[in-house]
Design a protein around this ligand. Structure first.
Ligand code: MN
Length: 412
């Protein structure tokens, strides 16, 4: 079910998924403006926040615009979410992500140009020249950890706190907005999606769907189907826009995400035909103005770490990071297991495979050697049995000796 204009063909679908009872995502598509939002906040908050933001964009960005026009639209949407939350105690603390692809006024050569904006952890991808590329940066706790080298992308994708976002609409008047401006190229496709898609369907699967299917409507249906097949623990929203008219030049490379975040990049001259680096509106410190007294927790934004999206203002990210590291550290260290060190049976503190940068350490050594064990007991020790307490771990080793004696001491 695709719709089309002179310039674009698009399709959009939002699905509640297989676990949630309500859909807190919202999306809209008009010939000049494509929007996906993922709301958060208890009670009705998330639903309302995403709907208010999407409606505000549609109402305030009524036609082809400029990148500043798009950014003003996002600011207006942000103000409306804040205003709505202030007017209804049931909606206090609500927020929403927002990602947008909009049609911009033609450049001086009459070329078709697109504006992209993003706040939060919904994503904008581009599929062009048979390659899928994530253009937006996730404003999330795990993305921060990946950027700092503490997590790999794969670990982040499975991280229990991957729903913690660091930016959203509805929190502060000075919301930071990432944006890009780029020339439209015939044949390229943009995917806007909520995290419910990428939690279940990886980039390779998404790219494969684009390669396999022609029509944006078919790709949208397939991606929603794949997310549901994988369990769809969150709401899934997928919007695809294909550029049917525009330039025919080569697709330009987007600089790596780590270089996007540099503020001041917008001062580089706009080079027609080249994607301009991401810039960030506003001083990042502005978001911290609320201070720690106005944190996510105190405003009731933390609503169940495992399932719901959670918002943490930038000002408390450092505290959360430190807290998370302390938690992870205590998880990593508050455990013992028995295993081999070379051929000696020893007690380790930690987790058998380590956790992040916490590697297991040897806490106690025993007189037992690998050669003393029966093949069955050797396998048992290789499996690294785990214990809460070092005395229990040592007790297990004592028991090994007893069991060996019962087994008839085959080593001698
Ligand atoms: Mn979500």
């Amino acid at each position: 079910m695709s719709a089309s204009s002179e310039l674009f063909t698009w399709a959009v679908r939002s699905d509640v998924g297989r676990v949630r009872e309500i859909n807190q995502d919202s999306a809209s598509a008009a010939p000049h403006l494509f929007v996906v939002a993922d709301g958060m906040g208890g009670h009705r908050g998330g639903e309302v926040a995403s709907a208010v933001a999407v409606e505000a964009m549609a109402r305030n960005v009524v036609d082809v615009t400029t990148i500043d026009g798009l950014i003003d639209g996002v600011r207006q949407a942000n103000a409306e979410v804040i205003e709505r939350a202030a007017a209804d105690p049931d909606l206090a603390g609500m927020g929403t992500t927002l990602c947008v692809v909009g049609l911009l006024e033609a450049d001086w050569r009459g070329g078709t140009r697109l504006g992209l904006v993003n706040v939060g952890d919904s994503r904008i991808y581009r599929f062009a020249d048979d390659q899928l590329e994530q253009l937006s940066d996730d404003h999330s706790l795990v993305a921060s950890l990946v950027r700092e080298g503490h997590l790999t992308a794969e670990e982040a994708a499975r991280h229990p706190q991957r729903n913690v976002v660091t930016r959203a609409l509805g929190i502060t008047d000075d919301v930071e907005i990432d944006y890009w401006e780029l020339p439209a190229r015939r044949g390229e496709q943009f995917l806007l999606c909520s995290d419910g898609l990428v939690d279940e369907v990886n980039d390779n699967q998404i790219a494969a769907a684009f390669r396999r299917l022609v029509d944006p409507g078919e790709v949208v249906d397939e991606l929603v189907r794949l997310a549901n097949e994988a369990g769809a623990r969150d709401n899934v929203t997928v919007l695809i826009v294909r550029v049917d008219a525009g330039g025919d030049g080569p697709i330009e490379q987007v600089p790596p995400a780590s270089t996007h975040a540099a503020t001041g990049a917008a001062e580089r001259p706009a080079d027609p035909g080249v994607i301009e680096p991401l810039d960030t509106r506003d001083d990042p410190a502005a978001v911290e103005r609320d201070g720690p007294g106005d944190t996510a927790a105190s405003r009731g934004r933390i609503v169940g770490l495992l399932t719901a999206k959670v918002l943490v203002p930038v000002g408390v990210v450092v505290a959360i990071l430190l807290g998370a590291i302390a938690l992870i550290g205590s998880y990593a260290r508050n455990n013992y297991f028995v295993g081999f060190d070379q051929d000696q049976v020893v007690v380790y503190q930690g987790r058998p495979d380590g956790v992040l940068w916490f590697d297991p350490t040897i806490e106690d050594q025993s007189a037992l050697l690998r050669d003393d064990l029966t093949p069955a007991l050797e396998l048992e020790v290789e499996a690294n049995p785990e214990f809460d307490d070092i005395d229990v771990a040592n007790g297990y080793i004592d028991q090994l000796a007893v069991r060996l004696a019962e087994a008839g001491d085959p080593a001698e």
